[in-house]
Design a protein around this ligand. Structure first.
Ligand SMILES: Cc1ncc(COP(=O)(O)O)c(C=O)c1O
Length: 386
C-alpha cells in the first residue's frame, strides 16, 4: 500500500507540470465536478453519517442497478470485497481457487486471506485475461471457485469459463476491480459470474477519494452473509452471528461515488475515444496495440501495448516528459512473497512474456487531443529508432 501511495504522489506531482503528459490527472477530474463533490461532502458533514449510512446505502442501490445486479454491498477496498466474496462462496482452508498470475497481487492475496490455495493458470496473449483452455486441467477435487480477472478494463472470456465452472459445480467470482462499466456481450461486469468484486481506489475508472470497494451479486444468501461479515458479523447490533471484519465503507466515499457514478458512462466513452485515437495514430508504430475482443466493451482502465525493449522505450518517453506505467512487471508466481506456492520461471510463458513487454500509456477522460498527439508522436519516433 505504501508503494502504491508513493506512485500516486508521483502522479500528482507530474500532473502539476503543464509541459508534461501525466499518466493520469485526478485533479482535472475533480475540477470538472467540483460543485457536485463539494455539496456531497457537505451533506455527509451535515448528517454526520461517517460510516455506512444513507449515502452508502443509496450508492449500493445505484451501483447494483448500473451493473444489472440484484445486490451491492459496499466495503472499504477491492481486496476486502474479494476476501468476503470468497468467504460467502464457502472458500476456506483446504480449498483451491483458480486464478491468473498476470494480475494485481490482490487477486491472489485474497485467496490466501480466506485460507485457501491459489492455483494459477496462464493468460490468453491477446486479451491478457484467463485462458479458458487452461482451466480444466487445473481443476482438482479441492477446487471450489474460479476467479477470472477483467484485466485492464476488458472482461475475460466468461461464457467459456462459466461453462467449465457449471460442469464442475464451481463458483465463479469476477475480479472486476478494473472493469466498471465493461461488458461481456450484453452483460455488465458485475453481473456475469456468481459474485463480483470492484475496487474504488482513486485511480480506478470509478474512484473514491480514499479506499473503497464493493461486491455485487444476484445471490441473496451471499449478499446477506457479506453484509454481516463487513460489519463484524452482526445480524443486529452487538449480536455476532459470524466472525466478521471491520470492512465498512465510509460515508464520504459513498457520497462521492454517487456523484461520480452519474458521470461514469460519459467518462467511459471519453476513455474509449482516447483509445481509438491512439489506435489510429499508432497504427504504423513498431509496437503491438491492445486488442478489443469480439465479446467486449473495453473500458480502458489502462491502455496497454506491447513493446520490444519495453524498459528502454519507457525511459525514453519519461525523458520526454511522458509518464507511463507497467502493469505488471512481475507475475504473481514469481513474487518472493508467494514463492511457497511452488511455481518457478517458465511455468506461465504468456504471463511472463507479457510482464516483459507491456507498457501502459497515459489515459484519462480529460486527456486533450494535443496530449494524445504528443504521446503518439514521441512513441512512434522512439520505437522507430530501436
Ligand atoms: C485486478 C485487481 N484486483 C484487486 C484489486 C484490489 O483493490 P483495492 O486496491 O481497492 O484493495 C485491484 C486494485 O488495485 C486490482 O487492480
Amino acid at each position: 500500500m505504501q508503494l502504491r501511495s508513493s506512485v500516486l504522489a508521483q502522479v500528482f506531482r507530474m500532473a502539476d507540470s503543464p509541459t508534461r503528459v501525466p499518466y493520469l490527472d485526478l485533479k482535472a477530474q475533480y475540477r470538472s465536478i467540483k460543485p457536485e463533490i463539494d455539496a456531497a461532502i457537505a451533506r455527509v458533514l451535515d448528517s454526520s453519517q461517517f460510516v455506512l449510512g444513507s449515502e452508502v446505502a443509496a450508492f449500493e442501490q445505484e451501483f447494483a442497478a448500473y451493473c444489472g445486479a440484484a445486490e451491492c454491498i459496499a466495503v472499504n477496498s477491492g481486496t476486502s470485497a474479494l476476501h468476503l466474496a470468497l468467504l460467502a462462496a464457502g472458500v476456506g482452508p483446504g480449498d483451491e481457487v483458480i486464478t491468473v498470475p498476470f494480475t494485481f497481487i490482490a487477486s491472489v492475496a485474497a485467496i490466501t486471506y480466506a485460507g485457501a490455495r491459489p492455483v494459477l493458470v496462464d493468460i490468453d496473449p491477446r486479451s491478457f485475461t484467463m485462458d479458458p483452455a487452461a482451466v480444466e486441467a487445473a481443476i482438482t477435487p479441492r477446487t471450489k471457485a474460479i476467479l477470472p480477472v477483467h484485466l485492464y478494463g476488458q472482461t475475460a472470456d466468461m461464457d467459456s469459463i462459466l461453462e467449465v465452472a457449471r460442469r464442475h459445480r464451481l463458483v465463479v467470482i469476477e475480479d472486476a476491480a478494473q472493469a466498471h462499466g465493461a461488458k461481456y456481450k450484453r452483460r455488465m461486469a458485475g453481473s456475469i459470474g456468481d459474485v463480483a468484486c470492484f475496487s474504488f481506489y482513486p485511480a480506478k475508472n470509478l474512484g473514491a477519494y480514499g479506499e473503497g470497494g464493493a461486491v455485487t451479486t444476484n445471490n441473496t444468501e451471499y449478499a446477506r452473509t457479506i453484509r454481516m461479515l463487513r460489519d463484524w458479523g452482526q445480524d443486529r447490533k452487538y449480536h455476532h452471528l459470524l466472525r466478521g471484519y471491520n470492512y465498512r465503507m465510509e460515508g464520504f466515499q459513498g457520497a462521492i461515488l454517487r456523484v461520480k457514478l452519474r458521470h461514469l458512462e460519459q467518462w467511459t466513452e471519453a476513455r474509449r475515444d482516447v483509445a481509438s485515437k491512439y489506435n489510429r495514430m499508432l497504427a504504423d508504430c513498431e509496437v503491438q496495440l491492445p486488442t478489443e475482443m469480439p465479446w467486449a466493451r473495453h473500458v480502458y482502465h489502462v491502455y496497454t501495448l506491447r513493446a520490444r525493449d519495453r524498459d528502454g522505450v519507457q525511459a525514453s518517453l519519461q525523458a520526454e516528459g511522458i509518464q507511463t506505467a507497467v502493469h505488471y512487471a512481475v507475475p504473481a508466481h514469481l513474487q518472493p512473497a508467494y514463492a511457497d506456492l511452488g511455481y518457478s520461471g517458465g511455468a506461465f510463458l504468456q504471463s511472463e512474456k507479457a510482464a516483459r513487454e507491456v507498457l501502459s500509456l497515459p489515459i484519462y477522460p480529460e486527456m486533450t487531443d494535443d496530449q494524445i498527439h504528443k504521446v503518439s508522436q514521441a512513441l512512434t519516433s522512439i520505437a522507430a529508432a530501436r
